[in-house]
Design a protein around this ligand. Structure first.
Ligand SMILES: [Zn+2]
Length: 220
């Protein structure tokens, strides 16, 4: 692996005159876009598209009791899903970008619009990482991402369980944009904009908006 993408090598991404920055204040802003026809946020970074929405996170108990949970897993039937093709709403997630392929041929605009408004939701434990891929209980967990095993994980994924990998990678991508949007939200609310946090905050002072974070006096 000597490149990040077809167009950008690791060296260019880190050492070229255009990529190298002396400090974080010199990093250009990457805009976030709203893509209307799929009802998703998106941006392109290093030739990789990140897209999606913020979803609900259900705890395992709610799922076990089947309490109004939906769109937690990706429909394994994709555009061949019988529920979808019969004009009904599937309990499993269908990506609007994929549904576009059968719009006006196998599904109507009104069904497409209904699916477009269903966000990908998650199980709280799906952010957990495991090295034990073969355990069925770990199906929804992350199977790659640890620095020490990343190269080995990627190599292994090219020869093993291709179909299962697709699900795993899609989960990771959906969680990634979910997390990024949550972080942008935090930043917009100034919750994590450290420059606006006073040097010393009295958390007991209710006139201070940061006081809600903690009711103890903390030096930061
Ligand atoms: Zn389905």
């Amino acid at each position: 692996m000597d490149s990040i993408s077809e167009h950008v090598s690791y060296k260019e991404a880190t050492r070229s005159n255009t990529a190298l920055r002396r400090g974080i204040e010199n990093i250009p802003d990457t805009p976030l876009y709203w893509v209307n026809n799929i009802n998703q946020y998106a941006f392109k970074l290093n030739n990789t598209i990140f897209r999606g929405n913020i979803g609900d996170i259900y705890n395992k108990d709610m799922i076990r009791k089947n309490k109004n949970t939906h769109q937690i897993t990706i429909c394994t039937h994709g555009n061949l899903c019988k529920t979808l093709l019969s004009g009904n709403i599937c309990k499993f997630y269908h990506d609007p970008n994929e549904l576009k392929e059968i719009l006006d041929t196998k599904i109507t605009k009104s069904i497409y619009n209904e699916y477009k408004l269903l966000y990908r939701n998650f199980m709280n434990t799906s952010w957990l990482h495991t090295e034990k891929h073969r355990n069925i209980k770990n199906n929804s967990m992350r199977r790659f991402g640890s620095r020490d095993t990343l190269k080995y994980d990627f190599d292994l994924m090219q020869i093993n369980d291709i179909e299962y990998n697709d699900q795993c990678i899609l989960n990771y991508k959906h969680q990634c944009i979910h997390d990024i949007l949550v972080i942008i939200g935090l930043n917009n609310k100034n919750v994590i904009n450290q420059k606006t946090v006073p040097d010393k905050v009295s958390y007991k002072d209710i006139s201070n908006r940061f006081s809600l974070l903690n009711d103890a006096d903390i030096d930061i």
